[in-house]
Design a protein around this ligand. Structure first.
Ligand SMILES: Cc1cc2nc3c(=O)[nH]c(=O)nc-3n(C[C@H](O)[C@H](O)[C@H](O)COP(=O)(O)OP(=O)(O)OC[C@H]3O[C@@H](n4cnc5c(N)ncnc54)[C@H](O)[C@@H]3O)c2cc1C
Length: 397
């Protein structure tokens, strides 16, 4: 089957799954309940865990435009689902771009089928700059030892494989390695689920590494490789992923508001018969269209190898902020019911906040952009490194 057809079919299946199972399940979901296995196994059989893995390893090797459509469809159901799949896919990307042949053969087929779910562990309480990391890795004879703590790890409780970014002890500069650690490794402990305001259906917890021994062959790309450029090369695609999540949650908020105002009376009038309500709905629809246009343009640029890191970064900030505005308008159009937490719109309101924080916070992106405008860009900033990589053509999903 042609890739485009395959992606289209996948998109349609996701839309069906979202309407038939995901949205109804979210309505009856018990507090603290994670996505049930019955839905996860459908995501697996649709091939979602391997969308960015080449065919030869059992994935579907889709391009950025197809992946963007898939993320948007999933996020229309809930951005927590996109979070589950694309935290996993980030590890796929690391392996595809920087893994040794042995690591690719060992992990990619299992990751593509979803037999093993992956988690990406970067953030620490000291931030995401490697220089400040407390998680360190050093040589002990033939093996390597890790110690430290990663504060927020999506899929923490459900993963079989953790890609842990650690600072290399005793080396000059901010060299780092990505250790591929199995869930049953001695010295790896999964912490308690983090209480949070949104995205509650996907696991989020800290992980602790204490005298955690790994073999040198389990360092992504090999022990002699610095992983910094690998971390940077997946960033443009990560920015696009957040734009797609913004598009999905915004269109869903619009749909919820549209249905509500067509069915709710205020006095003798349906809400939709009030000019101000129609105007607000039109404004929301316009914003959804703009996010979608940016998504299409950016995903095409990424696929053609023409994306500028500054544009991808600006798009992440603009679209996530605009999605927040659409969701807030939808809450207002629901009136008092919008403030009640049991309606879908309440969940969208809690979830959308994550988009401006997770990944790289919007403020940090804006701060990088402002440095660039002032000619003060730091050589290690995400955008500067990204621009250099984009110019070299190294950006992959
Ligand atoms: C639901 C969820 C899922 C997550 N999943 C993962 C995961 O799977 N793996 C992982 O590694 N991490 C994950 N994270 C962590 C997430 O990526 C970080 O929380 C995020 O990058 C912000 O880092 P921080 O919390 O250390 O905030 P800080 O770096 O402490 O920043 C806090 C705020 O200060 C401001 N700020 C900080 N620095 C600057 C600057 N230089 N310029 C301007 N403003 C600044 C910004 O407003 C920023 O939002 C997750 C977080 C959440 C909430």
């Amino acid at each position: 089957m042609e890739k485009q057809e395959e992606a289209q079919e996948m998109g349609q299946s996701i839309a069906k799954l979202v309407n038939r199972e995901i949205i109804p399940w979210l309505k009856i979901r018990a507090h603290n309940e994670l996505i049930p296995d019955s839905i996860i196994s459908q995501l697996k059989s649709m091939g979602l865990f391997g969308v960015n893995i080449p065919d030869e390893y059992g994935g579907s090797g889709l391009g950025s435009q197809s992946i963007a459509r898939i993320v948007r469809e999933l996020s229309r159901g809930s951005i927590a689902f996109a979070s589950l799949i694309f935290s996993h896919c980030k590890v796929n990307s690391y392996l595809c771009n920087g893994g040794t042949d042995e690591q690719k053969c060992q992990w990619l087929p299992k990751l593509a089928s979803g037999e093993v779910i992956a988690a990406h562990a970067l953030t620490e309480s000291t931030g995401k700059a490697v220089a400040n990391f407390t998680t360190t890795i050093w040589e002990d004879g033939d093996r390597l030892v890790l110690d430290g703590c990663k504060s927020f790890v999506t899929n923490a409780a459900t993963a079989g494989l953790y890609a842990v970014v650690a600072k290399r002890e005793g080396q000059e500069g901010s060299l780092c390695s990505i250790a591929l650690i199995k869930n049953d490794t001695v010295g790896l402990t999964i912490g308690k689920e983090i209480e949070r305001i949104g995205l509650q259906e996907v696991s989020l917890a800290p992980i602790v590494l204490s005298d955690c021994y790994v073999a040198k062959k389990d360092i992504l790309g090999g022990w002699d490789k610095d992983a910094a450029s690998l971390l940077a090369c997946v960033r443009p695609a990560a920015r696009l992923n957040y734009v797609a999540r913004a598009a999905g949650i915004a269109v869903r908020a619009f749909e919820e508001a549209n249905t509500f105002v067509h069915n709710k009376y205020s006095g003798q009038r349906l809400l939709i018969d009030i000019p101000m309500v129609r105007l607000r709905l039109a404004e929301m629809r316009a914003k959804v269209s703009c996010i979608d246009m940016i998504l299409r343009d950016l995903s095409r640029q990424l696929e053609e190898g023409k994306v500028e890191m500054i544009d991808a970064s600006a798009a992440k900030v603009y679209c996530t902020k605009t999605a927040g505005e659409v969701v807030r308008s939808a809450v207002e159009l629901h009136g008092g019911s919008g403030y009640a937490s049991n309606l879908p719109i309440g969940k969208l309101y809690r979830d959308v906040e994550a988009l401006s924080i997770v990944g790289t916070p919007n403020d940090i992106i804006l701060s990088d952009i402002s440095d660039i405008l002032l000619g003060l860009e730091a050589s290690g900033s995400e955008i500067t490194v990204g621009i250099a990589l984009c110019k070299g053509g190294h950006y992959e999903y």
